[in-house]
Design a protein around this ligand. Structure first.
Ligand code: ZN
Length: 208
């Protein structure tokens, strides 16, 4: 049986590099892969870019409300009829999928026997999970953490959002176009030191 794999990490943990490497490994054996990524803004950027400079176009830009099961199993059936079966579906920026689309991915693995490798970010700059990421943590067969290092040398878990050199902790979950933000992967200790707050604790204490 095929499985749904979720490989998650903080920003800059090499997710796109790992995805492109996985695609290469399949193709080196003569197997066909499909690359997908959610449409998150109006720019509709179709490329996956790794920090090592490798870039590649996606096959599918996934729009909201799209039934990924129907779409991908349709492409796979068509390919199989031509003698070009789909060996694997690779999804970049999987945290931006809708929950229903993550359900589609599980169904693809289980019912259409297509292995799905989803890569994404666990939490946003305020330590909350993204909808797609939460659903993947709930239903993926296999979870694998892609690790990256904080400025202090510990394992980074959180994503500090910066405007210029300043950390910011207010704003939309997905940064708005036109606002120049960057992210720095931080361990919990450095996140709190930079001014980050743990929101549930802060909310409870504010009620007291
Ligand atoms: Zn640190």
């Amino acid at each position: 049986m095929a499985k749904l794999y979720y490989r998650y990490g903080a920003m800059n943990s090499g997710k796109s590099t790992a995805l492109l490497q996985a695609a290469y490994n399949y193709e080196e054996r003569g197997q066909r892969v499909l690359l997908a990524k959610p449409l998150i803004d109006t720019k509709g950027d179709r490329t996956i870019v790794s920090r090592l400079g490798v870039a590649r176009e996606v096959d599918l830009l996934v729009e909201p409300e799209v039934d990924l099961y129907a779409l991908v199993s349709g492409i796979a059936d068509e390919g199989a009829a031509r003698g070009e079966p789909v060996a694997c579906l690779l999804v970049d920026e999987a945290q931006f999928l809708e929950e229903s689309q993550v359900d589609d991915l599980l169904e693809l693995a289980v019912r259409a026997s297509i292995p799905v490798l989803a890569y994404g970010i666990r939490t946003d700059f305020r330590t909350h999970s993204f909808p797609g990421s939460r659903r993947l943590l709930e239903v993926a067969h296999s979870l694998e953490e892609l690790k990256t290092i904080c400025r202090c040398g510990r394992k980074a878990m959180f994503n500090g959002r910066k405007i210029g050199e300043r950390f910011v902790f207010d704003g939309a979950q997905v940064a708005i176009d036109g606002v120049e933000v960057t992210y720095e992967s931080l361990c919990p200790s450095c996140y709190l030191e930079a001014g980050g707050v743990l929101p549930y604790r802060a909310a409870r204490n504010a009620r007291r």
